[in-house]
Design a protein around this ligand. Structure first.
Ligand code: SAH
Length: 471
């Protein structure tokens, strides 16, 4: 470790800033926020510093740098654009055992100022030991996005209630569980929704309850179509906090890789020989079992959980079982595939509405409004296996949609191996066969599908040929 991290209490302590320009002003500001007694030494002060001096918030030490300025200082920051002056500051500081920071000069500095994420009283400080400030800034951005702004309020609340929590939960294990509940449960949620009074009421109720109310919970998370960049910040947070993740076959490995390292990952897709209802019942039981054991469960589904994802059924079950839950929406395949194929789902000239449809082309399960679906000036997005295309195009054409209507099949939408295959509705099944389109694939039917030809920007693009006619 090249640098030892520490958090300094500067309340009322003298800190000298050498330099009177903009950088010095920025440094003086932060030091004032930390309650330091700031003195700024420079022949002249930039307007912002002059203002602070006039208000009496800082003291101006006029003239060229003098070593005596540092006599009563705890820290010094050199922010001049003259390296010789900065070096003199650094030397004088070393002689007096005063820590010095020379802005943007790791070599002359005996302390560095980290990049920070401020959720006071919680502060995350990041350092690259002065060698890669860009990297430190990057990391800061990531950390910034991981921690909600309500975290400061949560930490403040936890601090205020610490004595009462200790009194009401004397047992260490119980107390730990209570803190977990406090940080992950409804109190944190209410603070995020900016309802501090309600949050405090829930906290009080929980403290007064004799039994520990800190049971587990389930977050139903939409993982999007595959590109991990399409996760929401909330989904990322849930993945970072999960104890166990129950995921579907459609969830991409790149998304799973972002989850907490030691979270247990359980694939719950359909097993060979198992029917859909049996799979679903098994998943329900697993969800409830893990939550009852006090775990934070993430139920991770491809796309959005409420679009052909049976998310509703899972919530009904959890509600009946009294298990707490939350829902985080995801980007559904139709939106992602359209975006990544350059197909605007609505368009002033071509389509005024869009329908998300799942087609069961089996006669007995087919309750779709085919005449409605066959109407013009609308876009259809079909979620389904690729085995049903023959029936599908026949029905649409049979109910009046033109055989010349453009379609686009998007295979592995948003993933590195994405492929878009386009053609005309009458040729749909033949094109899919000759191009060997495989699941997962989404079908878009409507004039807008033809725009992929000009607007596609990601992955492979192929224009469908009919299968050569058998001789
Ligand atoms: N809940 C999911 C849909 C589940 S149904 C969502 O909101 O996206 C499964 C169907 O979704 C697949 O048969 C396929 O038609 C479509 N699908 C899901 N992910 C896809 C992807 N990355 N590329 C293309 N189609 C996809």
């Amino acid at each position: 470790m090249k640098l030892f991290p520490l958090f300094a209490d500067l309340q009322g302590r003298r800190v000298v800033v050498v330099g009177g320009g903009e950088v010095a002003a920025r440094k003086a500001q932060v030091l004032l926020e930390a309650g330091a007694d700031v003195q700024v030494g420079a022949p002249a002060l930039a307007p912002e510093l002059a203002g602070l001096a006039a208000e009496g918030r800082i003291r101006h030490l006029p003239g060229e740098f003098r070593a005596e300025w540092l006599d009563d200082a705890w820290l010094v920051v050199a922010a001049t654009d003259d390296r010789a002056v900065n070096a003199a500051v650094s030397r004088a500081a070393a002689q007096r055992r005063v820590f010095s920071n020379v802005v943007d000069d790791a070599e002359l500095s005996s302390f560095q100022v980290p990049s920070i994420v401020d959720r006071s009283p919680l502060i995350v400080a990041i350092s690259s030991s002065g060698v890669a400030p860009v990297l430190a800034r990057r990391l800061r951005e990531r950390v910034e996005s991981l921690f909600d702004h309500s975290l400061g309020a949560l930490a403040g609340l936890a601090a205020r209630y610490r004595p009462r929590i200790r009194e009401r939960r004397p047992d260490l294990k119980q107390r730990r569980r209570f803190y977990d509940w406090l940080l992950d449960g409804p109190v944190a949620g209410l603070l995020r929704q900016q309802q501090p009074a309600e949050a405090e009421r829930v906290l009080n109720d929980a403290l007064d309850a004799p039994e520990d109310a800190s049971q587990g919970s389930v977050v139903l998370v939409g993982a999007g179509p595959g590109d991990p960049g399409l996760l929401t910040l909330k989904a990322l947070r849930a993945l970072n906090e999960a104890d166990v993740i129950l995921y579907d076959r459609l969830v991409s490995p790149a998304v799973l890789a972002l989850a907490r390292r030691d979270a247990e990952r359980v694939a719950v897709g359909k097993r060979p020989g198992e029917d859909h209802d049996a799979t679903q019942a098994r998943i329900h039981a697993l969800l409830a079992e893990h939550a009852r054991a006090g775990r934070r469960v993430v139920r991770l589904k491809g796309g959005d959980a409420f679009i052909f994802g049976r998310g509703g059924e899972e919530l009904e079950y959890l509600r009946a079982q009294g298990v707490r839950y939350e829902v985080v929406p995801g980007i559904t395949a139709a939106l992602a595939c359209a975006a990544y194929a350059g197909i605007p789902l609505t368009h002033r000239d071509h389509a005024q509405s869009v329908r998300l449809v799942t087609a069961h082309c089996r006669e007995d399960e087919d309750s779709l409004d085919w005449p409605g679906l066959a109407r013009e000036h609308q876009t259809l997005a079909f979620y389904m296996g690729v085995g049903q295309l023959e029936t599908l195009s026949a029905r649409l054409i049979g109910h009046g949609r033109s055989g010349a209507t453009p379609f686009a099949l998007i295979e592995n939408g948003s993933r590195p191996e994405q492929r878009v295959v386009t053609g005309q509705l009458a040729d749909l099944a033949g094109v899919a066969r000759s191009h060997e389109v495989r699941a997962p694939a989404l079908l878009i039917v409507g004039e807008v599908a033809g725009l992929a030809r000009q607007l596609h920007w990601f992955g492979a693009y192929q224009e469908g040929r009919r299968e050569p006619l058998a001789a």
